[in-house]
Design a protein around this ligand. Structure first.
Ligand code: GTP
Ligand code: MG
Length: 415
């Protein structure tokens, strides 16, 4: 099975904590500040990998976490930045956030996209020394890394696309030339989504996509075809499948499919194309020249059901794949730009008479505060004032002695 969509949560690494430390020197009872800062938490970075063809590896990982930065140390030593976590994803992966916005379109081998940024390291007390407080008992904890929910979709990256009207035998063909086992039936629209199959020809292999049948108006949304046409935009070769037993309409069917492809994306008409006349077991050999005469280029007569005539088709497909350069899709690469959380907060007064404050920034600042240190607590109180949270709480009726909750922390509010 080829899995082509996966949901995943990414948590970048938290920064290391800064620490409070002091120099201890002979004859100096209490030296200056010597607490180092923490290292940056690890980013989570996606990397395009042509060797992968599915998102299967990601399916078993509900969550990917970045590494935590090293804590600051005494004697002014800073913690090391964490290594970044590289997540290999197949070329063709499109990464969306929970709101459906495209964050990254991985179209190339080795292409990198920074998906979630690691938190910065908390500063040690060296960083807080001022002339007024030359040796402060103040340090920050590491900043939490970004957390983001993703939906990753894989645009199927097949080398070869089988196109044609419904019931011409596309699925039968892929089932004969590869290990794919699609549903096959004698009614139209049997194939509801593309099947991929890996075809082995001598020492080489390539990926074939069996597409749902196209019908007139497909490019405008008729039938099922349109939603999958984008999957064949990146194929290098199109194999156009026609049904030998429908002789009267072969030429017309061929033109119709070409028209729909061209309306969807004119580029598809310039792709190298093989014309394959399937179900040749249903016609007389004498009829073949009549069909051949309808086309300017040589056509292949095959029978998928009796597995005849396919080898020359595969040989030619392989030769064509090897001779055409990679298809460059004109999507353009969208750089991922991180949008900082909005600087806002909400206050709810619960039944328990506790004022609950919620907001990305205030929660981040809280997590960076070491409540064991007076100065750190004072600093946090100041941050609450400068964010306007103090004033907003009082406007909501908060009085000295009331309780305020942020995340799981509770404080008694003092004027
Ligand atoms: N006689 C004969 N029948 C064939 C041949 N290839 C396929 N068929 C039959 O044609 C019918 C349709 O085949 P499918 O492979 O499902 O056709 P499809 O093009 O995938 O159809 P959609 O998925 O609807 O687009 C089935 O009943 C097949 O058994 C062939 O070479 N000879
Ligand atoms: Mg089919």
């Amino acid at each position: 099975m080829f899995i082509d969509s996966v949901e995943l949560t990414i948590k970048a690494g938290t920064g290391g904590d800064g620490i409070v430390a002091f120099r201890r020197e002979k004859y100096v009872p209490l030296g200056g500040p010597a607490g180092g800062s923490g290292g940056r938490g690890g980013h989570v970075i996606f990397v395009g990998d042509e060797g992968l063809t599915t998102l299967l590896d990601l399916r078993y990982q509900k969550e990917i976490r970045g590494l935590v930065g090293e804590n600051g140390m005494s004697k002014g030593k800073h913690g090391k930045d964490a290594d970044d976590t590289l997540v290999r994803v197949p070329v063709g992966s499109m990464v969306f956030d929970a709101s459906g916005q495209l964050l990254a379109d991985i179209t190339k081998e080795g292409q990198v996209a920074l998906i979630a940024k690691g938190g910065r390291g908390g500063r040690g007390n060296i960083a807080f020394a001022t002339t007024k407080y030359p040796a402060p008992e103040l340090a920050e904890k590491g900043e939490p890394g970004e957390i983001i929910s993703l939906n990753i979709e894989l645009k199927l990256l097949a080398d070869v696309g089988l196109v044609g009207l419904p019931s011409v035998g596309k699925s039968t063909i892929i089932s004969v030339i590869s290990a794919a086992k699609p549903k096959i039936a004698d009614y139209p629209f049997t194939t509801l989504r593309p099947n991929l199959g890996v075809v082995q020809v001598r020492d080489h292999s390539f990926v074939v996509a069996d597409m749902p049948g196209l019908i007139e108006g497909a490019s405008q949304g008729a039938g099922l075809g349109i939603q999958f046409l984008r999957h064949i935009e990146r194929t290098k070769v199109l194999v156009h499948v026609l049904d030998a037993s429908t002789q009267d309409s072969i030429k017309h069917d061929y033109a119709l499919i070409r028209e729909e492809l061209g309306l969807f994306n004119p580029d598809l008409l310039t792709r190298p194309e093989l014309i394959v006349i399937n179900k040749a077991d249903l016609i007389l050999d004498e009829e073949r020249p009549l069909i051949q005469a309808m086309f300017d280029q040589p056509v292949h007569f095959i029978s998928a059901v009796t597995n005849t005539g396919l080898q020359p088709v595969l040989d030619e497909v392989l030769m064509t794949i090897q001779s055409v350069p990679k298809v460059v899709v004109q999507d353009g690469i969208k750089e991922y730009t991180f949008v900082a959380p909005v600087d806002s907060f909400e206050i709810h007064l619960g039944n328990d008479n506790v004022y609950e404050v919620r907001g990305a920034q205030v929660e981040r600042l809280l997590l960076m505060t070491d409540f064991g240190k007076d100065l750190a607590v004072k600093r946090f109180a100041k941050q609450l004032r400068s964010l306007g949270i103090d004033e907003a709480l009082r406007a909501k009726g908060l009085q000295s002695g009331d309780t305020v909750r942020i995340l799981t922390y509770e404080f008694e509010y003092q004027d």
